[in-house]
Write a protein that binds this ligand. Sequence first.
Ligand code: PLP
Length: 455
Amino acid sequence: MTSRIEQLKQDNAQYLWHPMAHPKAMQKTKPDIIVRGEGCWVWDVDGHKMIDGVAGLWSSNLGHSNKPVRDAIVAQLDELPFYNTFRGTSHPRAIELSARIVKMMAADDVASVMFSNGGSDAVEGALKMARQYWKVKGQPERSKFISLRQGYHGVHYGGMSVNGLGNIRRAYEPLLPGCFHVDTPWAYHNPYTEDPIELGKICANLLEREIQFQGADTVAAFIAEPIQGSGGVIVPPPNYWPLVREVCDRHNVLLIADEVVTGFGRSGALFGTRLWGVKADIWCLAKGISSGYVPLGATAFGSKVAEAFLADTTGQATVAHGYTYSGHPVAAAAALATMDEIEKHDVAGNAARVGAHMQQRLAEFERKFGIVGDVRGRGLMTGIEMVSDKARRTPMPRGSDVPQRVAREAYQRGAMVRISGPNMILSPPLVMTLEEVDHLVDILEASFAAVDKAL
Ligand SMILES: Cc1ncc(COP(=O)(O)O)c(C=O)c1O
């Protein structure tokens, strides 16, 4: 007789299509079925316990068993499981959460917020509102978007069109017209310079040249992640974002910060833009906003953008956008409790402290292992790039099984990690302790050593 566990695996292969995977892939490689989580630990369906180096997917920032968040969700289910927030209707949790986020982001000059269901939604809202902003301002020809290569902005048509990862664009072309890409200030892979400050200047200049080439009066916004996450955890030089802000100001182009990953503490600052001392005009938020307990996205607007919409008397600024579940009460309740926890436990501070230790230990891998080319990150987000030729910085080629082999070694030793192309991406819960991080790094060290030795 087929066991329940085997049945689950078989049904998964037969019925469930996974994001970013061939529909047949799970027939050959069974997925890791995760059944339980507690703190920074998860268990798979076979009872195997692992330290969580992924936090669900950059999202379970408070770990998996946060009682206040859980209690807030349950209380909300008892009080009001759902109501909408379309024109003329509202409910307390969405109102409270909007006020809370605006207060939390007062230093960033945020004035208002619009809710949705996740990161792709948050980006879609940002792009649409940026275009509408220029219509409201009487410059409807400002409709183009510029973004960075290697950037990831989700999977809706707008976000996909500004994405800088070729492999997730091709199947769905043609994409949105009017989207253009410029080079990322990527210290490890760039044709320009080894000097990071010089690189920051060059890449900000590339943005300016692209704006000028397109015609500044046709560009609505530049969108980027304060630290690129899915593209391989690419940390820009410290002068890049301040220079980008200057370029955007010079040409009157809106700056959209996609903080879906970096928002709410992951980089060690509460928001990634704060790392660089920059205020955006529009922010995309999700994941850590509700610590992944219930799906939620938000698009936040700086006062310049908000005031333009509020000043409109023609009706042109009516928000013709929104979802049935915009500001879902259960998600909003989870987010409010998440905000309490973030502030009470100084989660961003922990990410900075524990993250610095993690980065320092992982950086030694570059020296220790021939397959590790570059370790980069900030706070509790790290990319470990695997290479086939260290001297030439050649990333492990597509089709190489080396990255997955390292991940499997880690899994067997009790650590959940994620592979994306040649990179191992680490994004543990932000409440992880020093001891837990050491445990994770010890396992990774043994895993890289095992594969390095076998090659
Ligand atoms: C920077 C960034 N933007 C947008 C998204 C899309 O978010 P979601 O998967 O919740 O739609 C992601 C997802 O990882 C992301 O990393």
